[in-house]
Ligand binder design. Structure first.
Ligand code: PMV
Length: 337
């Protein structure tokens, strides 16, 4: 449990949920109502350096060279406060982060961001956490970040809702899930890279509090998860895709039924969804999922990814379309180890 006095640098990638996390049962501890399951991507890495500064009276945070302020700064500072509390240290930190994904656009920037911050801050403050501990820590920055600690496919356990806070906090972490020969790709269509109008946090809160569809979805999501795990173990891509697509559409249905409604899907989203249906009619196994934004991620076999990307590009002219494969877990980089 040594502190890295020279600071620590970590890199992490975003993940896209195939079984969604939507709704917290405890906002302070970031405990979700349901289990979720994702694929970590091999694109859009975030690299974050954390250095302790004994002379500083407050944390400073720089994102892509620009000083962070307001809500973003408060979120990172609160997270660092948690790390300091665990470390029993008071030194403030200098955080420098480089992100290659548009922030706040429903492209899981917070997942890669807080996974990288958790790994770098844990090393800089000498927390000596194992992967599970890092996942639990990352969860406190952004729920979905718990899954980006791991590469490939990861399952985030909601943790036992019946236990005490401390028990639930210990039980809510992500871990890798086994898959068999699944050569999957995600074609990511960036339809709108601007920040969303309603944060996922606020949208979740409103959905849980007001949507009559929330509880039914949460229940069916548990069934989706069991089927998803079996499909992953069989390496059954069409089944994985079908389950992922219905789980995502169901999540968006819960938001559409919230009062007032939260609608992240745009006309461009629906146009891409139509092109995915067309691909399926042509016999290509392609399935869509959407998060807290209009962007569409299309799950398909790696061998079909170029064709799928071509069809999606034609449906979304002028928009960036990326092909991602399963990526690595969060890790310290270079000489900081
Ligand atoms: O952890 P957050 O606040 O970025 O929430 C992410 C929620 C979704 O991306 C919509 C679903 C998910 O499981 O990643």
């Amino acid at each position: 449990r040594e502190r890295c006095d020279g600071g620590a640098t970590a890199v992490a990638h975003p993940n896209i949920a195939l079984i969604k996390y939507w709704g917290k049962r405890d906002e302070r501890l970031f405990l979700p109502w349901t289990d979720s399951l994702s694929m970590t991507l091999d694109i859009f890495p975030t690299t974050t350096r954390v250095r302790l500064d004994a002379a500083a009276g407050q944390d400073t945070v720089t994102l892509d060279g620009v000083p962070a302020y307001g809500q973003t700064l408060r979120r990172v500072t609160a997270f660092l406060g948690l790390v300091r509390e665990r470390a029993g240290l008071r030194q403030r930190a200098v955080v420098q982060s480089r992100n290659t994904v548009p922030t706040g656009a429903g492209l899981a920037s917070s997942a890669g961001g807080f996974a990288a911050l958790a790994v770098a801050a844990a090393a800089a403050y000498g927390l000596g956490l194992d992967a599970r501990g890092l996942s639990r820590l990352a969860r406190r920055g952004s729920g979905s970040a718990s899954r980006s600690v791991f590469g490939g496919f990861a399952l985030w356990h909601a943790g036992d809702a019946a236990g005490t806070d401390a028990e639930a906090d210990l039980a809510s972490y992500a871990e890798p899930v086994p898959t068999a020969g699944l050569d999957a790709a995600l074609v990511v269509a960036v339809l709108d890279a601007g920040p969303k109008e309603v944060s996922s946090r606020a949208a979740m809160r409103r959905t849980v509090a007001t949507s009559p569809l929330y509880r039914p979805w949460a229940r069916s999501s548990g069934e989706d998860l069991a089927e998803m795990r079996a499909a992953l173990l069989r390496g059954d891509l069409p089944a994985v895709g079908e389950i992922a697509e219905r789980n995502a559409l169901g999540m968006h249905a819960t938001m559409l039924a919230a009062r007032p409604a939260v609608r992240y899907l745009s006309p461009a989203t629906l146009t891409v969804l139509d092109s995915v249906l067309q691909l399926r009619r042509e016999g290509v196994a392609a399935y869509a999922t959407m998060d807290a934004g209009p962007n569409v991620k299309v799950l398909c076999a790696r061998a079909d990814a170029q064709r799928v990307a071509g069809v999606v590009r034609a449906a979304a002219p002028g928009r960036a379309v990326h092909i991602a494969g399963p990526g690595p877990g969060a890790r310290l980089t270079g000489g900081d180890r």
